[in-house]
Design a protein around this ligand. Structure first.
Ligand code: NMX
Ligand code: MLT
Length: 441
């Protein structure tokens, strides 16, 4: 058993009695109420999911294992010659809640080197798809194609399946998916945009650095990849991709089925695809400018044109956050400290949208949160480094999101969480309860 798996076993075993006690002794303690608005309106704010991996405060933003983004970057061991931690050290931290030692990080890196070999038939399947398939379709297909590798599914079919040990097989699949997904993403990038010019894995590089190497990127991009994958990893459990992965896995569908489903949710324009939409919006705007300089006035007009056409301003608003997303801020700070990037015209335009959009959205008066989310800033960095194929941006999100989703379902099985099955009601029932001033309990 690897060091990380042993540590996780210790943590899961120590945690189990807490869950047993809560369900057995305090199962009927009320922690929330549900109103008609929430029932019709996307279950917003209903407290009915549990995770200890991250928590989203509306004002403060995300904390991973209790740490804010700057605290996380500060605490974790850094990649050689970099200010950023490796993705491998973050994976250890997300799974266990402990900051790993440099030796523990090395052990995960060594484990990933073995796990990251993607079966050749996955590449054959990807090459068989129409080349103009969306890269998120390709990513989802690749994960589904690999399902036959599932150790969890093998354990389930072995006749020896038991609830106590099931997490160990989820851990195996989860680790394989996390180690392989950047390799698959790089393959898709090279297949779609570089004429199928494939680059072999460099066994000496950590995950982020190897991704940069495989897509033919610069030394500097290694930190972009590390930062990007970590920032997009987890956003507590209610978002569409995390929730879908959790829901599908709750039926004991294996991690491949579960994460392919999560990725399909991430591909929606109100969720992860918004990063592609942001670049699309900016490019349309620049086309309309026809060479003229962007100003506060013409940005304001473009925002109103979008709103008056009944569309959303991509990259703005959030279901939980009520301030600027700290993932936006972390990326903005990266831009501000990177010579060249902070003078980049696209960065300047995004900064101007940041100055303008919150006021316009407030005046428009619909959104509960006029501030930017992670997607408003992420494309600019990719564009600057030459990853200009913006339909690929959600794939980058999906590589990062695998970390959070896979850590979560490993813990789901460790703690034996139940199959998810909320109750639905009819419109007639809602109308009756509305007339009666509430449902009689
Ligand atoms: N532009 C215009 N209108 C908006 C925006 C926006 N950016 N955000 C919310 N609204 C509207 C929303 O469509 C709704 O209108 P209506 O009553 O006509 O249905 C109203 O404001 C109230 O919505 P909220 O309660 O503020 O937001 P909700 O929780 O329903 O949705 C988002 C959250 C993120 C889906 C929404 O803010 C949005 O569509 N943003 C733009 C897309 C985006 O950036 N998505 C990425 C989110 C982060 N991620 O990566 O997943
Ligand atoms: C996410 O990272 O999943 C998005 O910000 C959406 C969310 O949290 O609802």
């Amino acid at each position: 058993m690897s060091q990380l798996k042993e540590k996780l076993q210790e943590k899961i075993q120590a945690h189990r009695p807490r869950v047993t006690r809560l369900t057995k002794e305090f199962g009927s303690v009320v922690i929330d109420k549900v109103d008609i608005g929430q029932c019709i309106g996307g279950a917003r704010d209903i407290r009915c999911l549990v995770t200890d991996i991250s928590y989203l405060d509306p004002q403060e933003g995300i904390r991973f294992r209790g740490k804010t983004i700057p605290e996380t970057f500060e605490a974790l061991p850094k990649a050689a010659g970099s200010e950023y931690p490796t993705v491998e050290s973050f994976w250890y931290f997300l799974l266990t809640g402990d900051v790993p030692t440099p030796d523990q990080v090395k052990a995960v890196e060594a484990e990933f080197k073995v796990r990251q070999q993607v079966p050749e038939y996955v590449f054959t399947a990807l090459r068989a798809l129409p080349r103009d398939s969306h890269p998120m379709v390709m990513l989802s297909v690749a994960i589904m194609t690999m399902q036959k590798e599932s150790k969890f599914c093998g354990f389930y079919n072995s006749g020896k399946f038991n609830k106590m040990d099931a997490w160990e097989y989820v851990y195996e699949d989860a680790s394989d998916i996390v180690a392989r997904i950047p390799v698959v993403a790089a393959f898709i990038y090279n297949l779609k945009y570089r004429g199928d010019k494939q680059v072999a894995i460099d066994q000496n590089l950590d995950m982020g650095a190897n991704f940069a190497h495989m897509i033919g990127q610069s030394e500097q991009y290694k930190d972009v990849a590390r930062m990007y994958f970590i920032l997009h990893s987890d956003h507590e459990s209610g978002n569409v991709s995390a929730h879908t992965t959790h829901l599908v896995h709750s039926a004991l569908s294996d991690p491949y089925y579960a994460y392919a489903a999560g990725l399909n949710g991430l591909a929606g324009p109100l969720h992860g695809l918004a990063n592609q939409e942001v670049l699309g919006w900016i490019m349309d705007f620049q086309k309309k400018l026809n060479g003229a300089e962007p100003t506060k006035e013409n940005v304001t007009k473009a925002l109103w044109d979008t709103l008056n056409a009944g569309q959303v301003v991509p990259g703005y608003g959030h279901a939980v956050l009520r301030k600027t997303d700290p993932r936006y801020t972390a990326q903005r700070e990266f831009c501000l400290k990177t010579p060249g990037l902070k003078e980049d015209p696209l960065f300047k335009l995004v900064a101007m949208i940041f100055e303008t959009a919150p006021g316009v959205l407030t005046e428009h008066g619909k959104t509960k949160n006029p501030w930017p989310n992670v997607d408003a800033q992420s494309g600019v960095i990719q564009w600057y480094y030459g990853v200009k194929e913006w339909d690929f941006y959600t794939v980058l999100f999906g590589v990062g999101r695998a970390l959070g989703c896979m850590a979560n379902i490993t813990w789901d099985r460790g703690l034996g969480y139940a199959i998810e099955r909320p109750k639905s009601v009819t419109t007639d029932m809602l109308e009756k309860w509305a007339a009666e001033g509430g449902r009689k309990m």
